[in-house]
Design a protein around this ligand. Structure first.
Ligand code: 3SK
Length: 511
């Protein structure tokens, strides 16, 4: 029987194929370390040995609150090699959310970057399941340092696993906030590389990749880890927060050829570059965007300045990566493109019937990388994973050319005077205004209890605030009388998930 453990394909194969000396990961900040494919093979094997030495058995969960640094791939792949289940967690959560997730996952080992320990510590005190907390860096009392944990451990071979066997979990908080453990199998990692990675992105061995989306997020895990590792390419890691200036400097200094980001960052970088009035310095041949739909204006302005296309697509933690996407050389900004080869999509109404051409429907997807289900959420799993089809909760419409246009989350859409309004369409119109950087639109009841759009906007730096009436007229002109926001509130920032999705429910609840 061939061993279908994903670590064989992503880690061990590179040694047989002669890439032991090739850099797999390079840190652009912190200690600026490099991890070759050979180092990764050895260190991941040692991590597997250390897990066994500390009594960790197959299927036990290894929670990771680890920044984008070279230990991330070592712990992730080393855990797979041992048959344990790595559970990378968002590094920006609060102690109370970590406490809930650590209890829910019943992880027996937790690995934490030293910079995050102060936040994580209260979540660990009193946890009944954790046997060991490993800190990457100096180990505070009651924890073990990463160096001590692996010291003296044997380098282990990759254990046998089948492609259908559970490999890792990711916690998804979606746009509503309650984290759910999404359980993925070994075969799904390669499936996303064979589909989006190879057939849309066209990732190559000579590529250097930089992903603004961190590796704890499914989008970042594919961009920065599985895609480059599927072809023996190199990834540049940034442990700290990706600011527009920091990312511009990284693009100039580290010269990645593939750049993966989210719409918020593209918008901020475009605004900063236009203000600077200079040409950006970079070697990027292709960019990707996901997390939320990329506004048309931002895509067009980026391409004018950087002279590199942004391949905008949509994916989900449940499907592991992007399943609907534009293609290099065939980009229509403002759309999410067409199904990625290997995936099928449908738009359905509230009775699960396919909608008529031009109508809005919920997007369902089927393909080789869907998750096995949510941990401990039987009914939620049944609602989302329906046989071969996975419900996305996103509303889309299909253009006559077969491209999909995002309309909003199922629970964000609302009717005004009996006609559906997509908050996303109103937001796009708002950010076309020269003074508006970002916008979020939600439903609000007026004094007659009728639902109307309300907008929250972030202004571009240094501009004079336009009057609400000027903004309303601008939107009316662009998309029609009934869709314009009746209320305009200027805010400093919009509530977002760590991966850049606007949390409209927070704006609704706050009013
Ligand atoms: O939100 C997305 O578009 C996405 C893309 C790839 C992987 C995961 C997610 C959530």
């Amino acid at each position: 029987m061939t061993n279908e453990n994903a670590a064989v394909y992503f880690v061990d194969r590179h040694i047989e194929e002669g890439r032991a000396d090739k850099p797999a990961f390079r840190e652009a900040d912190g200690e600026h370390r490099t991890l070759t494919y050979g180092d990764l093979h050895e260190q991941a094997g040692r991590w597997a040995g250390a897990l066994h030495k500390h009594g960790v058995r197959r299927e036990e969960r290894v929670a990771m609150i680890v920044r984008d640094q070279i230990e991330f791939p070592v712990v992730f792949w080393g855990s797979l090699k041992a048959g344990a289940i790595p559970v990378p967690l968002n590094t920006l959560l609060s102690a109370s959310v970590y406490e809930a997730i650590l209890n829910d996952s019943r992880a027996s080992i937790l690995v934490v970057s030293e910079q995050l320990w102060e936040t994580v510590k209260p979540a660990v005190d009193g946890n009944r399941y954790l046997r060991t907390v490993v800190v990457i860096g100096d180990a505070p009392e009651g924890t073990e340092s990463y160096t001590d944990f692996v010291a003296g451990a044997e380098i282990e071979e990759t254990c046998e696993a089948s492609a259908d066997e559970l490999a890792f979990w990711l916690y998804s908080s979606g746009s509503t906030g309650t984290p759910k453990g999404v359980r993925h199998v070994h075969g799904s990692l390669k499936a996303t590389c064979d589909t989006f990675g190879a057939q849309v992105l066209g990732i190559r061995e000579d590529d250097t990749v930089f992903s603004v989306a961190k590796m704890f997020f499914a989008y970042g895990l594919g961009n920065a880890m599985s895609f480059p590792m599927s072809v023996g390419a190199t990834t540049v890691l940034m442990g700290g927060r990706p600011t527009p200036d920091g990312v511009s400097a990284l693009l100039a200094d580290e010269k990645p050829t593939v750049f993966c980001a989210v719409p918020t960052l593209y918008a901020a970088m475009v605004a900063a570059q236009e203000k600077a009035g200079t040409d950006p310095v970079h070697s990027v041949r292709i960019c990707t965007s996901a997390g939320e739909a990329l506004p048309r204006e931002i895509g067009e302005r980026w391409q004018r300045l950087w002279k590199a296309e942004i391949v905008d697509g949509v994916g989900s933690t449940e499907m592991l990566h992007i399943f609907l996407s534009n293609r290099p050389g065939d980009i229509v900004y403002g759309t999410s493109g067409k199904a990625v080869p290997g995936y099928e999509v449908r738009l359905v109404d509230e009775h699960d019937e396919d909608v008529a051409e031009g109508d809005v429907g919920e997007l369902l997807v089927r393909g080789p990388s869907s998750a096995e289900g949510y941990w401990n959420r039987r009914f939620k799993s049944m609602d989302t994973f329906q046989g071969h089809w996975t419900r996305t909760g996103d509303k889309y419409e299909r253009t006559p050319e077969g491209r999909f246009v995002y309309c909003g989350r199922t629970d964000d859409m609302f009717k005004v005077s009996g006609i559906w309004v997509s908050p996303f369409e109103v937001e796009q119109a708002l950010i076309d205004h020269p003074c508006v950087l970002e916008a979020a639109v939600v439903a609000r009841e007026d004094e007659k209890d009728l639902v109307k759009p309300a907008a929250y906007i972030v202004l571009k730096e240094g501009v004079e605030a336009p009057t609400p009436e000027a903004i309303k007229d601008f939107v009316k002109e662009k998309i029609g009388m009934w869709k314009y926001p009746r209320w305009i509130e200027v805010v400093d920032e919009l509530p977002k998930t760590a991966t850049g999705k606007i949390q409209r429910f927070k704006l609704r609840d706050a009013h």
